[in-house]
Design a protein around this ligand. Structure first.
Ligand SMILES: Cc1cc2nc3c(=O)[nH]c(=O)nc-3n(C[C@H](O)[C@H](O)[C@H](O)COP(=O)(O)O)c2cc1C
Length: 444
């Protein structure tokens, strides 16, 4: 694709019932408080589709219970069930659903995902992660493996799933009334998998979908994660706070694809953004602040102090950090990657409280302000090569997702860096990644 008309990808982080913020159930516009409410999930997915988002990303940390009784548990309904319900009521948007490999079996995963792929006309992706939480492992009655074994078994698992996906030959289905042949079963070839961690024999009798087989996503960022994604995935959902970090991660991912024998354009790096969109920065800050109680603000005072290497206490909350203190801050290779964002906002002269409300030490970079501010962030990162696309984590769908779709998307389209229409009917087509059936033969 010509660099000048390269388009960014947009995904919606579907982490919480009402938005990315665990307190979003209190947001304006939320009514009824039915929880969990698949109808609401469908409505927000349809809104993302109206905004031409290429995909929803459904992460999974099963069993997580908040410590704070004012918060909603995230990712409550099982991702495959959620994805199936949403895909029945949408036409173009794809879904990346997370399923762990450590406590599942390849045949079940292969069967569920290929079934949804067929049912949705080729719009599902499997976000294949190992699972790295000992608490989650306990839910399934297993012990967490060490990282090396986790990834060794992950490779075997994903290859086994892809082998199952290709057991039904691409031309096996005949349904020929004249000859009376329904299927050429000689083209249905069982697999015999005998790995260190995975054993399975047999076939999965499901024909190809219009994108061949589900897309593989991965979420993470460690070297092991990047090596896995470079080998098997078409998109990696990441967590980076600066443009430089984005450029480095994207480069490492592309190199991992090359090392595996693939074309690096087939793997997309997706960075996160938490946008709060209002008519002015003040209004955005004030709205975000309604989701943060005083206890959290006070904890973050110490956290920001640690990031900057300064002694800050709640007594400092309602004044700016003195310029001479800011000028004494040193950045080195051990600094928290969020330090630059903290310093940038602090140098603008905001009080410590407002610095905290800027979300400077959150999971992802945040933009608080009008639609142009968010569009500028996305444009700058994209044009710098820090990401191929973004997963958007709006505080509350009722406010920020509506404004993102109605105000940010048109700016990006106007700038020629985001599509106006879906390129095709399958997720592969919309991600601009090739058709695939079975394990990629180029893998070294
Ligand atoms: C942005 C991002 C999203 C992630 N989403 C999930 C998820 O939904 N479920 C999960 O179990 N792990 C998730 N992870 C964890 C990673 O897959 C990975 O296990 C973790 O970063 C630890 O790295 P390691 O596996 O190399 O030890 C996510 C990580 C990142 C950075």
């Amino acid at each position: 694709m010509d660099k000048n008309n390269k388009q960014m990808l947009l995904g919606l982080g579907f982490t919480g019932a009402y938005g990315a913020n665990a307190k979003a159930w209190k947001s304006e516009g939320v009514t009824g408080h039915i929880y969990p409410d698949i109808e609401a999930d469908i409505r927000y997915a349809q809104l993302a589709e109206k905004g031409k988002f290429q995909f929803l990303f459904i992460g999974d940390f099963p069993g997580a219970i908040p410590n704070d009784n004012s918060e909603v548990p995230s990712m409550t309904l099982e991702p495959i069930i959620t994805a199936t319900a949403i895909l029945q009521r949408t036409k173009n948007i794809g879904i990346a659903a997370t399923v762990h490999t450590q406590w599942n079996v390849p045949y079940t995963v292969a069967r569920q995902f290929k079934g949804i792929d067929l049912m949705s006309g080729g719009r599902i992706a499997w976000n294949a992660v190992t699972g790295s939480s000992p608490k989650v492992a306990q839910l399934f009655g297993v012990n967490l493996m060490d990282r090396q074994s986790r990834y060794e078994s992950h490779y075997e698992f994903v290859e086994a799933v892809q082998q199952f996906w290709a057991t039904w030959g691409e031309d096996a289905l005949k349904a020929d009334r004249e000859t009376g042949v329904f299927a050429d079963y000689r083209q249905v070839k069982p697999v015999y998998i005998s790995g260190k961690y995975t054993q399975a024999n047999g076939a999965l009798p499901i024909p190809p979908s219009s994108q061949g087989q589900p897309v593989i996503f991965h979420s993470g960022g460690s070297p092991a994660s990047i090596a896995f994604a470079g080998r098997y995935a078409n998109a990696m959902i990441g967590e980076v706070w600066t443009i430089e970090q984005g450029i480095e991660t994207r480069k490492a991912l592309r190199q991992a694809a090359i090392d595996a024998g693939r074309n690096p354009d087939e793997i997309k790096f997706i960075a996160g953004l938490m946008p709060v969109i209002a008519d002015s920065k003040r209004e955005a800050i004030d709205r975000h602040a309604t989701f943060m109680d005083e206890k959290v603000v006070q904890q973050r005072v110490y956290h920001i102090g640690m990031v900057l290497g300064l002694r800050l206490t709640p007594a400092d909350l309602d004044r700016p950090i003195a310029p001479e203190l800011l000028n004494s801050v040193e950045i080195d290779s051990y600094s928290d990657p969020r330090i630059e964002n903290v310093l940038k906002v602090a140098h603008e002269g905001w009080t410590l409280r407002d610095i905290i409300y800027h979300s400077v030490i959150d999971y992802h970079p945040a933009t608080l302000g009008d639609a142009k501010e968010t569009a500028d962030h996305l444009t700058t990162w994209f044009e710098a090569g820090a990401a191929d696309g973004f997963w958007i984590l709006p505080d509350a769908y009722e406010t920020d997702l509506h404004r993102f779709v109605n105000e940010v998307v048109p700016i990006l389209q106007e700038r020629g860096i985001f599509h106006k229409e879906y390129e095709g009917e399958t997720l592969r087509k919309n991600l601009d990644v090739p058709y695939q059936y079975g394990v990629d033969e180029r893998l070294r």
